[in-house]
Structures are given as structure tokens and as C-alpha cells.
Design a binder for this molecule. Structure first.
Ligand SMILES: *[C@@H]1O[C@H](CO)[C@@H](O)[C@H](O)[C@H]1NC(C)=O
Ligand SMILES: *[C@@H]1O[C@H](CO)[C@@H](O)[C@H](O)[C@H]1NC(C)=O
Ligand SMILES: *[C@@H]1O[C@H](CO)[C@@H](O)[C@H](O)[C@H]1NC(C)=O
Ligand SMILES: CC(=O)N[C@H]1CO[C@H](CO)[C@@H](O)[C@@H]1O
Length: 418
């Protein structure tokens, strides 16, 4: 009897141990898998850095950059005043950099190649002004800066749009968290791994995005060179034409700050504006996509960091001048025309666009003046920006609660050409 009992106890005990061990393993496994799948990317802890902290900084007066530099020709006091007020209305802090008239830029200071490029006076001035802005970033040793031109506009909700942009940028360029190695975009950082057969693997639906490591250097990620937030148009890269550019797209659906597709056209009086056809045809209404820049035009607003400011100053200021400034910036991003590829992120529709005040059309630009003279624009206009800061400026300054949506849902496209 006693012998039996003594034999049976350890056997039960072993069984009990087995059951506990199996439960334990299951529990460990579940606790590793389940939270990783369910916890949203926003707000997770990582090495003391959290996305909440970054989100707070994106909403600060300099939009999560160390400074915002605004290029303004001193004689364009109209634009200086308007930008100053619009920034105040958005609780933003601008630091002005003097623009340069083309006449002031002599042939002697232009880099190699300039003799073959016919830059207009306006384009010469623009080139020098952007070089000066980049120089300021280098001289002041700024970690990051957003450089904007002085005729731009943005939605009154720009800060939450930038929080969204930062999430997209992180998903595209920050490593995945947990034990899964690599990146959410299989073509980043090495686009040689592009698998052309199945393009869906480059689409990341941000409603169900994997968790990525919270950036440590900037709210927008640790590996970007340029964030091209304001442009006249950009393309979704494809493997054939953009061999160095990763294909990932961070897709935000149901973003009601995006105008419906019937409003996303390009307007004939906007010389450099190009169409968003691909966005319109590929995605449903109210979709915004963060992706790698490809063939981007107009340098309305772009962020740089210390490293990229130095490289840009060297590349476009000293080494070679072979086009107008924004096209060279695009070459720098795309790795084309003898320049190396760099990691540039952008967004469609753009978050910052050029604003056209009511009045003489020739006041629109310092760059092209030829055919606009004498034409009057009766209403102020900013393409693709729904609740425009510039258009609603006096309401914002008066504190009027209702603001005007320039592109209401379910309405036919506004005809701004008349
Ligand atoms: C805003 O946040 C950025 C990024 O952390 C920081 O560099 C900058 O100094 C902040 N700006 C202000 C005005 O606090
Ligand atoms: C520039 O800033 C970085 C970090 O922000 C710092 O480590 C470096 O010493 C600074 N360089 C100079 C010359 O001040
Ligand atoms: C977007 O909404 C408008 C107006 O309701 C509609 O005419 C259009 O077909 C929609 N576009 C898409 C891509 O669903
Ligand atoms: C489009 C539009 O109507 N915008 C308005 C924004 O607010 C100002 C000031 O009240 C109006 O003059 C604009 O018409």
C-alpha cells in the first residue's frame, strides 16, 4: 500500500507539471503574438521614446522640425505679411530667409554646367535663395528644418495631417518591431528585392499597419533625407522607371481632409501643376498616400536634416547645376541625371500647396511673368486644400467658428478657371 502510494504521487505530480508546462508555453506564446497583432503602432514604448512624445512635438510651433525657414524676397512685403499672419493663425513659428533677385546672381558664382542651362532670372534667384536656406541649416547646425516658399497655404488641420504623415513615414522606413526582422515594405531599403508579380505587398493599409520601432532622431523617422510635403505633383514609383526607389505605399483611407476625386484635377492656370490621375483612378474617395518621391516638381515645402542639407548644398550649390532648383532636388531624390539616390518621402495629395490670392495674376509668381500680365483672379484659390488657412485667414483671426471648405463632398468640381 505505502509503496503504491509512494509510486503514484510522483506520477501525478509529473502529469501536473506537464500540464502546467504546456499551459505556460501556450500562455507565453499567446502573450507574445496577440498583443503584437492588436496594439496599434501609435503610443508604444521603445527605448524611452514613444510616439506620443513625438506627436506632441509634431504639434509644436515648428511642426516637429527644429526650425521652419521661409524664403521671402524682401520687396514682397505682401507675401511676408500674409505668411506671418497665416503662421500666427496656425500657431506656427517662421524664420524668414531673404530671397535673392536673379540679377544679383552673376555667372561667376554658378556651378559647373550652368552655362548649358538657360535659367530665367527668376530661376537663378530661386536657386540662390534655396542655397542660402540650406546654408542657414548648415551654419546654425540645425538637426532638421522645413524650408517653405512664401506663397504657400495649408489646411487648418495641418498638425494632425503631419502626425498621420509621420506614422506613414515610420511604417515605410523604420524597422519592424518584435521578432520579425526587416521592414514592412519588402522593397525597402534594398529595392533589388522588388517582386514585380504582386504589387499588393507594397501597399500598407494604415488601418491595420504593423508596429515599427519608434524613431529616435526625428518624429518622422531616422533615415530620411528629404520630406517633400509641398509639391505641384509627384508619381508613384514603379520598378522599371525608378530602379533605386522603394515601392512602399502607406495608404490612409477615410481621411476627410482629402477632397473627393472630382476635385483633384489640375487647373490650366497652374503652369507646373500636374495631375493626380493615378491617385484618382487607383484609390477611393478620401484616400491619402505617403510614399517615396518619384519625379516630384516644385519646391514649395520640403524638410531636410543636417546631413542632407550639407549634401544638397554640395550637390546643387557647388558640384553641378544642370536644371532649375526643384528639378535638381528631384534628381537628388530619384538618383537620376548623374546624381545618387536619396531617401525622400512625399505624400499625395500634397499637404502644402501654392496659394493664389485674388487680384492680378502677375502677382502670383516671381519666376514666370510672361503671359499672366493684366489677368485678374476674382477668387483666392488653393488647389487640393479643403479648409485653407489663407482663404479663411480673416475668419481665423476673428475667431469665427465656421470655416469654409473649398471642396465640399458630393459637389461637382469647382471651376476655378473662369
Ligand atoms: C519642436 O519639436 C522639434 C522636434 O523634436 C524640436 O527640435 C523643436 O525644437 C521643437 N520646437 C519648439 C518651438 O519647441
Ligand atoms: C551640431 O549639433 C550636433 C547635435 O545636434 C552636435 O553633436 C555637434 O557637436 C554640433 N556641432 C557643432 C559644430 O556645434
Ligand atoms: C467620389 O465621390 C463623388 C461624389 O459623391 C463620386 O461622384 C465619385 O464617383 C467618387 N469617386 C470614387 C472613386 O468613388
Ligand atoms: C472660400 C471662402 O468663402 N472663404 C472665406 C474664408 O473667410 C473669409 C473671411 O470671412 C471670407 O472672406 C472668405 O470668403
Amino acid at each position: 500500500m505505502t509503496e503504491n502510494k509512494m509510486l503514484r504521487v510522483p506520477r501525478n505530480y509529473l502529469l501536473y507539471l506537464c500540464v502546467v508546462a504546456v499551459f505556460g508555453v501556450c500562455w507565453l506564446w499567446l502573450s507574445r503574438i496577440v498583443p503584437r497583432a492588436r496594439v496599434p503602432a501609435v503610443g508604444t514604448q521603445n527605448n524611452g521614446a514613444s510616439f506620443e512624445r513625438w506627436e506632441k512635438e509634431i504639434r509644436n510651433e515648428t511642426l516637429g522640425f527644429q526650425k521652419i525657414l521661409c524664403i521671402n524676397l524682401p520687396e514682397r512685403t505682401d507675401r511676408f505679411d500674409a505668411m506671418r499672419l497665416a503662421a500666427t493663425a496656425s500657431d506656427m513659428d517662421l524664420y524668414f530667409v531673404d530671397g535673392i533677385r536673379g540679377e544679383m546672381v552673376s555667372d561667376r558664382v554658378l556651378p559647373l554646367g550652368a552655362e548649358k542651362v538657360l535659367l530665367s532670372l527668376g530661376q537663378r534667384g530661386k536657386w540662390r535663395a534655396h542655397m542660402d536656406a540650406l546654408l542657414a541649416v548648415v551654419q546654425e547646425n540645425l538637426t532638421t528644418a522645413l524650408i517653405v516658399e512664401d506663397d504657400v497655404d495649408w489646411d487648418v488641420r495641418i498638425k494632425s495631417q503631419l502626425v498621420q504623415f509621420a506614422r506613414g513615414a515610420s511604417v515605410l522606413t523604420q524597422p519592424l518591431r518584435g521578432s520579425r526582422p526587416g521592414f514592412a515594405d519588402p522593397s525597402f531599403p534594398n529595392p533589388n528585392t522588388k517582386v514585380e508579380a504582386d504589387s499588393s505587398q507594397f501597399e500598407i493599409d494604415m488601418a491595420d499597419a504593423p508596429e515599427t520601432v519608434v524613431p529616435s532622431d526625428s518624429p518622422y523617422g531616422d533615415s530620411w533625407d528629404v520630406l517633400w510635403l509641398g509639391h505641384c505633383g509627384t508619381k508613384f514609383p514603379e520598378a522599371g522607371s525608378w530602379p533605386s526607389t522603394p515601392l512602399g505605399r502607406a495608404v490612409f483611407r477615410n481621411d476627410d481632409t482629402v477632397p473627393q476625386t472630382q476635385h483633384l484635377g489640375a487647373y490650366s492656370h497652374l503652369a507646373f501643376e500636374y495631375s493626380t490621375d493615378e491617385l484618382q483612378q487607383t484609390y477611393p474617395n478620401h484616400t491619402r498616400v505617403v510614399h517615396h518621391a518619384a519625379g516630384t516638381s516644385c519646391s514649395l515645402a520640403y524638410a531636410v536634416n543636417q546631413r542632407s542639407a550639407r549634401r544638397l548644398l554640395y550637390e546643387l550649390g557647388l558640384k553641378k547645376l544642370n536644371a532649375q532648383f526643384d528639378l535638381m532636388l528631384s534628381q537628388y531624390c530619384d538618383g537620376k541625371d548623374g546624381r545618387q539616390y536619396h531617401n525622400c518621402l512625399t505624400v499625395q495629395p500634397a499637404l502644402i500647396k501654392s496659394h493664389q490670392p485674388a487680384g492680378l495674376k502677375s502677382s502670383l509668381s516671381d519666376v514666370s511673368t510672361d503671359d499672366d500680365d493684366g489677368m485678374v483672379l476674382s477668387d483666392p484659390f488653393t488647389n487640393h486644400i479643403r479648409v485653407s488657412t489663407r482663404i479663411n485667414l480673416s475668419r481665423l483671426l476673428e475667431g469665427t467658428p465656421t470655416l469654409v471648405d473649398s471642396f465640399p463632398d458630393d459637389e461637382p468640381p469647382t471651376n476655378f478657371d473662369t
